[in-house]
Write a protein that binds this ligand. Structure first.
Ligand SMILES: [Zn+2]
Length: 483
């Protein structure tokens, strides 16, 4: 039986061309070899699993390879390459800065650094998590860095470059490594599965990439676990359950509940999620990602059940909620509230939407009314409207009945939003705070009766406009109150 090797190790890049997501760094390192301008100290910084030690080892291999290719890739066949690959090289000394952090550890380096390399051209010291060294250790290291023997090289790797003294940093070439994109992680995982011959649903790669948060090593570790968890086809549903995250279908269901204005979904879904043992904090992260993608879709003019305003409001809400999660009394309740907020947005109008609709309405009205009106009337009508838009203190409106003929003009106000009984149907008595300092003269709506309306007459137009303005005022006031 073949010895099992973890994916991260078995598929570790053996050549620079296999490194993903760090192209600029690879290019610089190769060109340093090509120009024979290799510095004596390098610092690779970046998040976990971004490829710091992988790059350092590859660089060491390329520097010490006795038969590297014309593009300076290591041959992976010479004694030096083989020894580095198996971790037994005497020319690449790997030190864990977290456990060997004292001055004595650095003194040991200083004592051996003068010896000649065995196979390769250089004696290379790779210190991982170098920021963990003590102050005294850094001081001892600094002495060596100031006057390094010609055949010695130092490679440092760290997740926290800001903790390294400036005196050390200034003697290194610093390469900050990028977080590996989800797209690149997915590509690598797909290649691994193709080579291993597993049967994996495509959505599984998305789930792993999301969960790995830019760490290729984490992603490979998760894939390892998932592949050894079952011999059958690995579905997204199974993977989600295994990873403790919500399957993507739950977000599709949320979008549907939003479209249908079905608030009860919030309770059912949260119960289901809690019972399946999902990590609720991870779900908030997934929700954020879902709406980030939704907003991106909207901005690219792709169809979406949400408007840009709604997606922005949801993102704002989720970001705020996420910062409160640590102190939350109940995560399921927080999630329920988030779902309710999202679905309820279906009914809510944002101030921007309302103003846009009022403007459309105004345009439509002016177009309809223009032939029967003088310029002065148009101006005064516009003024009233502008006043209403800027003045949130609406008036007392009683018994407004929309006429059938108004529906065309009202349409833009109601169209994209499903009319709800309580928001758009005329209230019998709407009492609002009438302000004494209000600029507009107080208005009392008169009952509008369709039968009394001679079509297209001046009186009819005036009444129509007034009624519509009153509607607009009620809507506007409601929206402002909600803000
Ligand atoms: Zn070689």
């Amino acid at each position: 039986m073949k010895t099992y090797q973890a994916i991260a190790r078995a598929f570790r890049p053996q050549k620079f061309s296999q490194v993903i997501g760090q192209e600029p760094v690879v290019k610089t390192l190769l060109s340093a070899i090509a120009l024979n301008r290799v510095s004596h100290a390098y610092l690779f910084s970046g998040g976990r699993g971004s490829g710091k030690t992988t790059l350092a080892r590859l660089f060491a291999k390329a520097l010490n390879c006795s038969s590297s290719s014309s593009d300076f890739e290591p041959c992976n066949n010479c004694p030096s390459c083989k020894e580095i690959a198996t971790g037994i090289s005497l020319d690449l000394i790997e030190i864990d800065g977290a456990s060997s952090r004292g001055i004595d550890d650095i003194r040991q380096i200083n004592e051996t650094i003068g010896y000649s390399p065995t196979h390769g051209s250089y004696k290379i010291y790779l210190i991982d998590e170098v920021h963990m060294l003590t102050k005294e250790a850094f001081n001892a290291l600094l002495k060596t860095l100031e006057e390094p023997p010609p055949k010695a090289k130092f490679f440092f790797a760290t997740t926290e470059p800001h903790k390294i003294p400036d005196t050390i940093k200034s003697r290194c070439q610093h390469f900050p490594l990028k977080r590996i994109s989800e797209e690149n992680i997915i590509k690598k995982l797909q290649r691994v599965v193709k080579e291993l011959g597993g049967s994996v649903e495509n959505a599984v790669f998305d789930l792993i990439a999301q969960r790995a948060e830019g760490s290729l090593r984490d992603a490979e570790g998760l894939l390892d676990q998932l592949l050894s968890s079952s011999q059958e086809m690995l579905t997204a549903e199974k993977a989600a359950l295994f990873l403790g995250i919500a399957p993507g279908s739950i977000f599709d269901a949320l979008d549907k509940a939003f479209t249908e204005d079905r608030l009860v979904f919030a309770f059912d879904a949260v119960q289901q999620i809690t019972e399946s043992g999902c990590d609720l904090t991870a779900i908030f992260e997934q929700l954020l990602q879902h709406f980030r993608k939704t907003l991106h879709k909207i901005l690219c003019k792709d169809p979406s059940p949400y408007t840009d305003c709604q997606a922005l409001l949801i993102l704002e809400y989720l970001l705020k909620t996420q910062s409160e999660l640590k102190n939350a009394i109940s995560l399921p309740l927080k999630l329920e509230a988030a779902f309710l907020f999202i679905i309820h947005l279906h009914k809510k109008m944002t101030l921007e939407q309302l103003v846009a609709r009022l403007e459309t309405l105004e345009q439509n009205l002016l177009k309809t009314a223009a032939p029967s009106k003088t310029a002065t009337q148009n101006i005064s009508q516009q003024q009233t409207f502008t006043q209403l838009k800027s003045d949130s203190k609406a008036q007392t409106i009683t018994s407004i009945k929309p006429e059938a003929s108004l529906s065309a003009a009202v349409a833009p106000l109601t169209a994209p939003i499903a009319p709800s009984k309580d928001s758009l149907a005329p209230a019998k008595t709407v009492t609002t705070a009438a302000s004494k300092d209000s600029l507009a003269p107080p208005k009392t709506a008169t009952a509008v009766n369709t039968k009394d309306q001679p079509s297209l007459s001046k009186t009819s137009d005036k009444q129509r406009i007034e009624t519509l303005l009153q509607f607009a005022a009620v809507e506007l006031e409601g929206t402002i109150k909600r803000h």
